[in-house]
Design a protein around this ligand. Structure first.
Ligand code: NAD
Ligand code: DAU
Length: 348
């Protein structure tokens, strides 16, 4: 099979979910990678969206922020008419535990928002739509098994079910209307600006505060971890050269159990095991995610560059240096939310 990987050069890019963790890191990355491109950042500023994540871009002429919802047809159409050639859709409701408490927002944004975009792109078929999806759509893999892009779709929690819905809508619009759609499915990310409800930032910041870290179940659930900059580089590569209608898995291949990850964080922060608290497992908790990403590596020539041990140390250091970013989040809405939902599960 001969594959044309000649590069597209995006000029006017719309990044959604840009004030969240991956979206904000991606915008910073793309401004450097595409020096001639202008970027519009769109975000609804839900609890997870934070303009502090884009603050240093206030004076960058090639960047502007728009406060808006991807489910709003008028907002989407108006923005797409401003010469946009590439949409990278990172907007989503993203926390599995929250999706277990109520999934309306998840379905609305993760499925409905994708459809709103594709309806609008039907009228503007020159636009490339890059859907940022997740390895969770494949559900859990048995030991020794890796999911490639043809693996069965068996999402097993409301978050991943809605992400799968979004992928299927996007692929259906490609198939039915020949729209230029590409999908990425990445493993777990870590890095700066990750909201401290997710395991790594929650555990790092709890350890700084000498609070226990709540390890779900037996702690032997396994995830693969990639630095957010490596994910951004892969997304850019797919936007430039990915084949329309295709799915690309993205991973560092660095898998470990949550217990192993916790041990690393304890070692880096100089804390001991007395700060681990085993708590009731997440309902339906997927045991193991492991994906095969040979397709993006061989077709598009991407591979990760951040060494895990170095990347995680730098991430811990980032949280040391940016208390002013995470302390208000933890002492305000975050703590209130956890206390309401989980009662006494995490000792404060
Ligand atoms: P996040 O929760 O930090 O950020 C999501 C952002 O989307 C927030 O800023 C939020 O305000 C915004 N948003 C939510 N609903 C919106 C709407 N209707 N309109 C506009 N903006 C809206 O999440 P994240 O970890 O940065 O994840 C970003 C994307 O990457 C998601 O699609 C997620 O499924 C995917 N992903 C995440 C990971 C991971 O490990 N974090 C791994 C693979 C894929
Ligand atoms: O795999 C990609 C996915 O990774 C993304 O699609 C999701 O948006 C993102 O949230 C993430 O999902 P996870 O559920 O894997 O991430 P989380 O950080 O919530 O949990 C990581 C692991 O740690 C998981 O096995 C559950 C466990 N965990 C998590 C929390 C928050 C704990 O043991 N204790 C905790 O307090």
């Amino acid at each position: 099979m001969s594959i044309d990987t000649s590069k597209r050069q995006p000029k006017n890019v719309l990044v959604t979910g840009a004030a969240g963790f991956i979206g904000s890191n991606l915008v910073h990355y793309l401004l450097k990678r595409w020096p001639d491109a202008s970027i519009v950042s769109l975000d609804a500023l839900t609890y997870a969206g934070n303009l502090a994540n884009l603050k240093d871009l206030d004076d960058v002429p090639r960047h502007r922020f728009v406060h808006g919802n991807i489910c709003d047809r008028e907002t989407v159409s108006t923005l797409l008419d401003q010469d946009i050639d590439t949409v990278i859709n990172a907007a989503a409701h993203t926390h599995v535990d929250r999706s277990l408490l109520g999934a309306d927002d998840f379905a609305g944004t993760n499925v409905g928002g994708v459809q709103v975009f594709l309806d609008a792109i039907k009228q503007r078929p020159h636009i490339r739509f890059v859907q940022i999806s997740t390895d969770e759509v494949y559900g859990s893999q048995a030991p020794g098994e890796d999911a490639d892009e043809n693996y069965r779709l068996t999402p097993r929690n409301p978050y991943s079910a809605t992400k799968t819905g979004g992928d299927l809508v996007a692929l259906a619009f490609h198939h039915s209307f020949d729209l230029d759609v590409v999908i990425t499915r990445c493993c777990n990310n870590y890095g700066p600006y990750q909201y401290p409800e997710k395991m790594i930032p929650l555990f790092i910041t709890n350890l700084f505060e000498n609070k226990q870290v709540p390890l779900y179940g037996d702690g032997l659930h396994a995830r693969q971890w990639i630095h957010v900059d490596d994910h951004s580089a892969a997304i850019a590569r797919v936007a430039e050269s990915g084949r329309s209608g295709e799915v690309y898995n993205i991973t560092s291949g660095k898998g470990m159990t949550n217990k192993e990850m916790t041990a690393k964080l304890l070692a880096i922060t100089g804390k001991d095991e007395s700060l681990i608290k085993y708590v009731t497992d997440r309902p339906g908790h997927d045991r193991r995610y492991a994906i095969d990403d040979r397709k993006i590596r061989t077709e598009l020539g991407w591979s990760p560059v951040v060494d895990f041990d170095e990347g995680i140390k730098q991430t811990v250091q980032w949280f040391v240096d940016h208390k002013s970013w995470w302390e208000p989040i933890k002492s305000g809405q975050y703590r209130k939310y956890y206390e309401e939902q989980y009662g006494k599960r995490v000792e404060q």
